[in-house]
Write a protein of this length. Structure first.
Ligand code: PMP
Length: 319
């Protein structure tokens, strides 16, 4: 297989109005994303669906967060929701047609918007166009083993800035935390700020004690994952009590279950924290209920997408 046959090596990407192979995509060095980390991004799963119909999962919420992110840093949203949807569909179609993304492969859409290119100077330059980049690549979900056995995590002090609610490409703090996990043979680093749980380097963190699920409240100290609202809804659906509240380091260490969530991890059980077993050292009942609920939510969205297609074709027939 050549690099071009394999979408994970050389996908077709969108950059500022053009579809090009990733290996040929270029931005000028004066792009403020490169110079200042002045930009935002979004990561959304696109699940392989029935009859080759790909289903963006909770896409409305991902696009709403993208709109909030650009809004928070004063960049005009380059597209409205319909524009983003058709752009992603174009990139998906290009990869299915030319770059080897199979219709039965789950995929992930990476979207990045930076303030654009300008002479170097910290404050916002006037009259520049944002840089827009979209990449669609296969999504590798956690393995069966990781789900069945849980993953190991380590902990560290959260030393990031205090605008963690912005999905900024300035990710050095998160990069250092991910590296800390890698160096300690762990899956993720779970962070505390002044003894209070915040989040992972690239995931939200959930704690279970005596059957009650808890997570840090939405605030500037964490990124509100698109799974946050989903897990709240799943907990309610499953009759699991949920509390959004401050969680101390001691509480985390005494938890019956710890769960991490993100677009690429879905929900995943943490069974070891800093070398100590979490609860009984195996995935718990709340994780099992949330994981099953998550898969039901995926199936429901796929079914809606399929019904949409059937309704469309019925309309076409009757039109
Ligand atoms: N927190 C951080 C710091 C993250 O990077 C992510 C992943 N984007 C999340 C939380 C989870 O967000 P989501 O559920 O939207 O993937």
């Amino acid at each position: 297989m050549t690099a071009v046959d394999d979408v994970s090596h050389d996908p077709i990407v969108y950059l500022n109005g053009e579809l090009v192979p990733l290996s040929e995509a270029r931005v000028p060095v004066l792009d403020r994303g490169f110079i200042f980390g002045d930009g935002i991004y979004e990561v959304a799963p696109l699940y392989a669906g029935h009859a080759g119909r790909r289903t963006p999962f909770r896409f409305e919420q991902h696009l709403a967060r993208l709109a909030r992110s650009v809004g928070k840093i004063g960049i005009a949203n380059p597209f409205d929701d319909a524009g983003w949807r058709s752009l992603i569909a174009r990139v998906v179609a290009a990869n299915e047609a030319h770059a080897g993304l199979r219709a039965d492969q789950d995929a992930i859409a990476y979207i990045q918007v930076t303030r654009g290119v300008a002479k170097r100077g910290h404050a916002f330059p006037a009259g520049i166009q944002p840089t827009v980049f979209v990449m669609v690549t296969p999504l590798n979900l956690p393995s069966e083993t990781q789900r069945a056995q849980g993953v190991r995590c380590v902990t560290a002090e959260d030393r990031r800035w205090l605008n963690c609610d912005i999905k900024s490409v300035s990710l050095l703090g998160n990069v250092l935390m991910a590296q800390y996990a890698a160096e300690n043979d762990a899956f993720e680093t779970i962070q505390f700020r002044d003894g209070v749980l915040t989040e992972g380097s690239s995931s939200n963190v959930w704690v279970v004690k005596d059957g009650v699920l808890a997570a840090p409240p939405r605030s500037h100290k964490i990124l509100e994952g698109i799974r946050y609202g989903l897990i709240e809804a799943l907990a309610q659906e499953c009759g699991i009590r949920f509390e959004a509240r401050e969680i101390s380091e001691a509480e985390l260490r005494a938890a019956d279950e710890i769960i991490v969530s993100s677009a690429t991890k879905e929900v995943l059980p943490v069974t070891q924290l800093d070398g100590q077993a979490v609860g009984k050292g195996r995935p718990g009942a709340v994780f099992a209920a949330l994981y099953a609920g998550y898969q039901r939510a995926k199936a429901k969205e796929a079914q809606h997408a399929q019904q949409g297609v059937e309704n469309e074709s019925r309309e076409n027939i009757t039109a």
